[in-house]
Design a protein around this ligand. Structure first.
Ligand SMILES: Cc1cc2nc3c(=O)[nH]c(=O)nc-3n(C[C@H](O)[C@H](O)[C@H](O)COP(=O)(O)O)c2cc1C
Length: 220
């Protein structure tokens, strides 16, 4: 039987996944989230309370942790506005087997979870403890490691914070955004060196345009 350690989860390691949940109106939602393992049956998420995923986990008390290394999925679930009509295509999802949550059909593995407890960490973030109910993995061929995958996902995660901080009233947050922009630039250089003219470089170009538009908003 497949367990979470077979999927790359380990003590003291943050694994980047995509968490899927239902909104109150029944629409499926998905967002990248870092996940740690507390024990073989329990996962821990640290989530911004402002996120839709947090609201859904709190109200529905369940979700699915989807395992994938598809940079496109990370991009389109981070920034919903990159999808047609600004919404996640509902045909991407199917119903989970053991919990009232959607799961991503294209994921390499699914971990269906229920919410055991929610602890407030600070004014912005909460820790969500999840019990593992079902683990399912697809039989997929291995993929050769490409640095552009790492660099693209790294840039996406930083960009989610840049969007939140770049026009923030707090100067420290704005300075943090500027530092993150430097890291994104380094990621961009790696992608354009190892994978020019690829889907990775297209995602980076689109991301850079979005960042320019966030900056312009602050200047107007
Ligand atoms: C690789 C990656 C990891 C992320 N990890 C987290 C996380 O652990 N907690 C969190 O609150 N946001 C995390 N984010 C940011 C959210 O995915 C992002 O804010 C998203 O837009 C939230 O969507 P939602 O409002 O639909 O939940 C991560 C983003 C990426 C790309």
């Amino acid at each position: 039987m497949t367990g979470i350690t077979d999927l790359g989860f380990a003590f003291g390691v943050i694994a980047e996944t995509i968490v899927t949940t239902y909104n109150v109106n029944g629409q499926a939602n998905a967002a990248p989230m870092g996940v740690t393992m507390e024990n073989l049956q329990r996962l821990v998420l640290r989530i911004y309370a402002s996120s839709q995923t947090y609201k859904n986990l709190k109200s529905k008390r369940c979700g699915v942790v989807n395992v994938t290394y598809d940079a496109e999925l990370f991009y389109r679930t981070s920034f919903k506005e990159t999808n047609p009509n600004g919404k996640l295509p509902q045909e991407w999802f199917e119903k989970a087997e053991t919990v009232d949550a959607p799961r991503l059909q294209a994921a390499h593995a699914h971990i269906e979870v229920t919410v055991a407890n929610i602890k407030q960490l600070d004014a912005e973030r909460a820790e969500v403890l999840c019990d593992v109910k079902l683990v399912q993995a697809a039989n997929v061929l291995p993929k050769a490691y490409c640095r552009a995958l790492f660099a693209t996902v790294e840039a996406i995660v930083h960009a989610t914070r840049v969007e939140a901080f770049i026009n923030h009233e707090d100067r420290e947050k704005r300075e943090q955004a500027l530092k993150l922009l430097e890291t994104i630039k380094e990621c961009n250089d790696v992608v354009n060196r190892v994978a020019p003219n690829s889907r990775y470089s297209e995602i980076m170009a689109d991301l850079n345009q979005r960042i320019d538009s966030w900056r312009a908003k602050g200047e107007s």
